[in-house]
Write a protein that binds this ligand. Structure first.
Ligand code: SF4
Length: 504
């Protein structure tokens, strides 16, 4: 409906790996990383403005850019049961599959951010040290969509810290990644950063640490403030459940790490869990309360009554492009029963518990795996006053239910339905370069509690390398987490030199 003078409305970021519920409101979406594609979009728009061509010509030009998805060039068809029968292109010039954009080599981190003149949450300069994660946690959307792992060199990071301090005056730096202790040169980085900025009263934080005492050594080396507590994310409390989600840490390893944390001066450990993992029982939820108390007891043995545990228990929502994209989300009744159990059991001196509103979880679930028909629901809820629903005081849950009824859709279809393994998903034509076959295999492995090791030690042929073969070849060396790929002529009989895991 937009004319030549209307603005071009585009969106990007992790949420648009399934943009179908909001497809009707946008001209285009960017799948993947924006550093390079933003320039191409701007140039395309400028050329179009000078050309005086139609708006349709602009959309066609945008659809030709790697990583740009123009939803109006695709049309899904549905079976009678509401599942998708197929997704058809309405313009044959559009790619059959839109592949996510990546940058082969991360550019130096931005070190001149806008400095706000009000106090903000996370008032620090974020410096991304590594992109992607090879751990393969099955619930983790970021871990799947950000493959491959790419690291920045230590010198580049140190220079960025120095420049950021000089440019902003901010005294807190966050060295960010999905799993900071997996950064290959993390010890060197931490040691050199601690030395170089020792006399500048800078607080350098390293979030997203693995559950091992090495993480405590790293925080110690950085002389990180003990005030805000030490965060660990076991995500589940039984070893069975941690195998299912592919976060195989033993309870003893967790307790050992907790002991190291309390004995090195921290009083508070924050533990992040999720309820609602596939096949979870009330015993698994009870185990969360038990583990919280076990950690507190370890602390009491070391620092007495000062030991505290803060448990954050969110509710799992299965995400597109992950091995759990096939599983149902818990119902409101299941979530409430689990939260009630936790409220009764995870309590006592030194224990604090946080949880999510189940209605917010439902909203997240509808939008995460919804299809195009959800756009009518989004519009209907908006017309009824839903605007800032991510702020819990503004959540208009009834407006959403009314909008579902008006659109003739059943909310449970999107949340509580187990998908068939060969179901066509609303995001089927959008590719993160990790193959659906790999995700399905991983899902089936989860049902047998079969785990995968870090794929930096054994490549499982998830699909990233064949897709980005040329980029890997052009960027040899340790900057990437995936194995090196030799040029074709040097390969023996043409096979891809990957060590591939045995099939299940
Ligand atoms: S191609 Fe191999 S090493 Fe690279 S992300 Fe996939 S499984 Fe991991």
């Amino acid at each position: 409906e937009r004319g030549p003078r209307d603005p071009l409305v585009i969106a990007g970021g992790h949420a648009v790996y399934n943009p179908e519920p909001i497809h009707a409101f946008f001209d285009a979406f960017v799948l993947g990383e924006g550093e390079e594609v933003i320039h191409e979009i701007v140039e395309t728009w400028q050329d179009w403005q000078q050309s005086g061509a139609s708006r349709r010509a602009l959309l066609e030009a945008l659809a030709g850019i790697w990583g740009v998805y123009v939803p109006s060039f695709y049309e899904p068809h549905y079976h009678e049961d509401g599942t998708i029968a197929g997704i058809e292109r309405t313009w044959e010039g559009a790619p059959a599959e839109v592949r996510k954009r990546i940058v082969a080599k991360l550019p130096p981190p931005p070190a001149r951010p806008i400095v706000p003149y009000v106090d903000i949450t996370h008032n620090r300069v974020p410096i991304e040290i590594m992109r992607g994660c090879t751990r393969g946690c099955r619930f983790c959307h970021a871990g799947m969509v950000n493959r491959p792992v790419r690291e920045r060199p230590v010198d580049e990071i140190l220079e960025a810290i120095e420049a950021a301090i000089r440019n902003t005056g901010i005294e807190e730096i966050g060295l960010l990644s999905l799993s900071s202790s997996d950064y290959t040169h993390v010890l060197e980085l931490v040691t050199r950063a601690a030395e170089r900025f020792a006399d500048q009263h800078i607080n350098i934080s390293l979030p997203s640490m693995r559950i091992e005492s090495f993480s405590v050594d790293l925080m110690d080396a950085l002389k990180t403030s003990r005030r805000s507590g030490f965060t660990l994310a076991p995500e589940a409390a039984t070893e069975r459940m941690r195998n299912i989600i592919n976060k195989p840490v033993s309870t003893e390893q967790l307790l050992e790490t907790a002991r190291a944390i309390y004995s090195r001066g921290w009083h508070t450990i924050k533990l992040y869990f999720m309820i609602g993992h596939p096949s979870e029982t009330l015993e698994d939820v009870q185990a969360i309360a038990d583990l919280v108390k076990m950690v507190r007891e370890e602390g009491r043995k070391i620092i007495g009554g000062r030991a505290k545990v803060h448990a954050g228990v969110s509710t799992f929502v299965p995400k597109p492009h992950t091995p759990f994209q096939w599983v149902p989300c818990d119902t409101m009744e299941q979530i409430r029963a689990k939260q009630d159990l936790l409220r009764r059991q995870a309590r006592g001196k030194g224990v604090k518990l946080n949880w999510n509103n189940p209605r917010e979880t439902m909203l997240e679930a509808w939008l995460s795996r919804g299809d195009r028909r959800m756009a009518a629901v989004v519009y209907g809820a908006w017309r009824r006053g839903a605007k800032f629903d991510a702020w819990h005081e503004h959540l208009r849950y009834d407006a959403w239910l009314e909008a579902f009824a008006e659109a003739g859709l059943d909310p449970a279809f999107y949340t509580h339905r187990r998908r068939e393994i060969d179901e066509i998903f609303p995001w089927e034509h959008l590719s993160i370069a990790v193959r659906k076959r790999f995700l399905a295999q991983d899902y089936l492995w989860s049902r047998e509690q079969k785990t995968r090791i870090d794929c930096r030690h054994q490549c499982f042929a998830c699909g990233i390398l064949p897709t980005f073969n040329d980029l890997r070849m052009a960027n040899p060396g340790e900057g990437w987490g995936c194995p090196e790929v030799k040029p074709k002529k040097r390969r023996g009989r043409g096979e891809i030199p990957l060590k591939v895991a045995a099939p299940p």
